[in-house]
Design a protein around this ligand. Sequence first.
Ligand SMILES: [Zn+2]
Length: 383
Amino acid sequence: MLFREVIGQESVKKELRETVSLNRVAHAYMFTGPEGSGKLPLALAYAQYLNCEHPTETDSCGECPSCKAFAKLQHPDLHFVFPFVKDKTRDKICCDDYLQEWRDLFAQNPYISLEMWQTYIGVENKQPIIYESEAAGDESAPRIKGIIKKLTISNFSAKYKVMVIWMAEKMNETCANKILKILEEPNPNTLFLLITEDTRYMLPTILSRTQIVRIPKIDDESLAQRIREDFMLDGDELQSIVKNANGNYIQAFKMATSDNAPSQYFDLFTRMMRCAWTKDVVALNAMVDEVDAMGREKQKSFLQYCMRQVRENFIRNQNIPSILYMDKQEHAFSEKFHPFINERNVSGFCREFNSAHFHIVRNGNAKIIFFDMFMKITALIRS
Ligand SMILES: [Zn+2]
């Protein structure tokens, strides 16, 4: 991964390059930021830059043997720990058993969410975790090598041996404590790159041992430019994706590759609000089946769409046109709808959409979640 392949994030790239030019490379970093902001691509661009044989001031060369191996995630001194599900029937018992899938998914799109990974390895309905044995190894199964072993057995030419721990918040406490021990006794020329969406789930002792790299959402301009290039989109469609993606490339990618999802969400959202206002429970119940059939990815995107519509209509209600983002059909619907989103119910709407999103992410029953949400909206819209 080259720095120039990472979308936006210029100030983070500058900060990382400066650790090299000022000779201040730490032994452990914690890349933290929201989904789709580019934590993994940035961490890998940094690791590649540190090991490049002919780096320029701003980027890796992309041509040397080290760069070529890093680009394919195949460098012998680049190691990964990530959440997975042990499956003895398929002989999948450690991260290394999933390495090919990991490389393949990354090659398709380096912006990976936990859900994309779950789907890719066929464990949608299970919670992947980082097992204790990934940190410490397992004496009864020599194939499972712990971190120390992985970092010491290889003796290749890399300037830095790199251990990437993706979704570090998925470590259980025992595992986290073992990692902590390792971080407390750093080896020279070994680099730990931990990646997390939420530092609140990390042990404070681990956080204190790492240099935190905060990664913000991708700025709209950089995101728009990338979507335009990647998907040949422009105009209203491009604007709508960028606004709905909210700095999250994974979200933007999904919208750009799914069949006119934003207009499907618009249709659902407007019907949901109309039926809620008229208390048409029969129609709402039918909508539950419709939403259930969309699948979890689209359900999540739809809920995010609902949150954005509530925000926009509230802003219109507050009469602040300068920060209002709606496309033509949303604007037309909002003409009559915006008075219904007001100080009395706006936080209730946000709470309900957020709560539904929370439960969908955690594999809750979509029919129950959406029926409950529709009923609450029916009450909220009249307040
Ligand atoms: Zn290079």
